[in-house]
Design a protein around this ligand. Structure first.
Ligand SMILES: Cc1ncc(COP(=O)(O)O)c(C=O)c1O
Length: 391
């Protein structure tokens, strides 16, 4: 049996996605099939499990540092997977990508400075900016011919007038599923340079890329200054609760500044289980990832087909990368409360409401599709019944 087809019911209620208290709190009911949080239903690659077993069986957790081996594994991986040449000296380890973004914002900008985000976007971006007492500057993406595009005119206007110090880029973009093209990143970078703005590029979804698309890191443009990239094995290998993040800063002065703060706060203390699982993942997880991507592509093509044929008032945007489907319910002519009710009370699903990602996206829903296909098929049939009853 294909391992991705297995529905792992054991312990499900212990995970955030299915935790009854969390579902009740957020969606008003415990009795929902969850497709909201961005983690996977699948078991991780066998080399990760083998490595964790080896460490647990030793039964000794003495200090053990192998950070350079982590960086070497990430460098090799990016070389092979994305033809991206990186330097191990430019990495800094941090507990997670969000910690890294928060730190960069606090170190590189002042309270009330503008931080630009391209909405709708991963909701924690706005949260981090608010919690850091910086100002959110929105550069909304545009839908052109059924596809999300950056609005460069609006971007330039915002850079001119809003005292923007950082562009917080999401590449690939969560939730709209775009994998930014080199020409788009070049235009963005040219504008950032013209206005002296730093690009902080969150590339946590960089390995979830589908056929016909190519991932371009912001680092592939060859720029050395005013740039920081963040990544992690969490999304790639389904290691959400056991992974670290890393920051890559080509500019030595800025890297030293950030490194000093990380060191001063002892944020770089590694965890051996995380460290060695990460090395195993990047060194030996490639085949598993290829199989995963193949499986997810089949999920996507089934969903696209079903939405097109059976859900005439719902629109789904092309998914170039990430395991999120961005569903547009605007043609249903419902208000937000009615849409929420339809999804939770009638279809019995927990999807992420669009207004988490932007105030203008209340009639959208994000659905995590990293689940066995049969589970997804059941969910869409529940949605179909709920929608047909409401028309
Ligand atoms: C774009 C993006 N960045 C960061 C994160 C979370 O990263 P971490 O758990 O390493 O802080 C997520 C999780 O969904 C994400 O989608």
């Amino acid at each position: 049996m294909n391992p991705f087809n297995i529905i792992n019911e054991d312990y499900q209620h212990q995970f955030a996605r299915q935790d009854p208290k969390m579902l009740k709190n957020m969606f008003g009911s415990e009795d929902l099939t969850p497709f909201w949080i961005a983690d996977m239903d699948f078991r991780v690659a066998q080399p990760i499990t083998d490595e964790l077993k080896r460490l647990v069986e030793r039964g000794i957790y003495a200090y053990e540092f192998a950070t350079q081996d982590v960086y070497n594994a990430i460098v090799d991986w990016n070389n092979k997977r994305h033809q991206l040449s990186l330097d191990t000296k430019s990495f800094l380890q941090i507990s997670g990508v969000l910690t890294g973004i928060s730190l960069l914002i606090r170190e590189l900008t002042e309270p009330n400075d503008g931080i630009l985000i391209q909405t709708p976007v991963y909701h924690q971006f706005a949260q981090i900016i608010k919690k850091s007492d910086r100002r959110i500057v929105r550069n909304p993406l545009q839908i052109i011919d059924g596809k999300y595009e950056m609005d460069f005119k609006d971007l330039e206007k915002k850079l001119q007038t809003e005292n923007v110090k950082i562009i917080l880029l999401c590449n690939p973009h969560n939730p709209v599923g775009r994998v930014w093209k080199k020409e788009e990143l070049e235009k963005l970078t040219a504008l950032a340079n013209k206005h002296g703005v730093t690009i902080v590029s969150d590339e946590i979804h960089s390995d979830i890329i589908y056929s016909g698309h190519r991932f371009n890191s912001i680092l592939s443009l060859g720029q050395k200054n005013h740039i920081a990239m963040l990544g992690s094995p969490a999304k790639t290998f389904g290691m959400q609760s056991i992974s670290n993040g890393y920051i890559y800063i080509p500019n030595e002065t800025i890297r030293k500044q950030i490194k000093n703060t990380i060191g001063a706060m002892y944020l770089n203390h590694g965890n051996a289980l995380t460290t060695f699982a990460t090395i195993a993942a990047f060194k030996e997880g490639g085949i598993w990832l290829d199989d995963l991507l193949h499986y997810l592509e089949r999920n996507i093509s089934w969903i696209q087909d079903f939405v097109q044929k059976e859900l005439p008032f719902v629109k789904m945007y092309p998914i170039e990368g990430t395991y999120q489907a961005w569903l547009d319910f605007r043609e249903m002519n419902l208000n937000k409360e009615e849409l929420d009710q339809l999804i939770t009370e009638k279809a019995k699903l927990a999807l992420t409401p669009g207004n988490w990602f932007d105030r203008d996206s209340a009639l959208f829903m994000r659905m995590n599709i990293a689940s066995p296909l049969t589970k997804i098929q059941t969910a869409f049939k529940q949605l179909q019944t709920a929608l047909s009853e409401s028309i």
